[in-house]
Design a protein around this ligand. Structure first.
Ligand code: SF4
Ligand code: SF4
Length: 115
């Protein structure tokens, strides 16, 4: 199993998850095909050790264990897996300074993506 970053991360990218990952397997896309890989972070399925550290650390509630990804985000699981074929266009994300979003902002983001 792996953990999956879903589209709830898109355009948030606060990197709160990055600092807690013990194996540095959370990546940023640096290639040109931003239609295929939107502006969010990605967990490398082959490197994730299922430690669960990132899920509670994500203020946007964007990370799920693979088996618990909501059906509405099913495509995001495939997208995290797809990065294994395009590894040269990804680099390990560094943690940046970030602020905790408000509960209202988190709910608004969920509604935007149909949750
Ligand atoms: S579950 Fe653990 S190893 Fe996997 S991405 Fe999250 S923090 Fe990293
Ligand atoms: S903490 Fe969540 S929203 Fe922030 S970058 Fe990581 S996955 Fe994306």
């Amino acid at each position: 199993m792996t953990y999956v970053v879903t589209r709830l991360c898109r355009d948030c990218l606060d990197t709160a998850c990055v600092g807690v990952c013990p194996v540095s397997c959370i990546y940023r896309y640096v290639g040109d095909d931003t239609e295929k890989y939107p502006n969010q972070l990605y967990i490398h399925p082959g490197e994730c050790v299922d430690c669960n550290a990132c899920e509670p650390a994500c203020p946007w509630e964007a990370i799920f264990p693979e088996d618990d990804v909501p059906a509405v985000f099913a495509e995001d699981t495939a997208l995290n897996y797809a990065m294994e074929d395009d590894e040269d266009d990804f680099e390990v994300c560094d943690e940046e300074e970030h602020e905790q979003p408000t509960p209202e902002a988190i709910e608004t983001n969920k509604r935007k993506w149909g949750v």
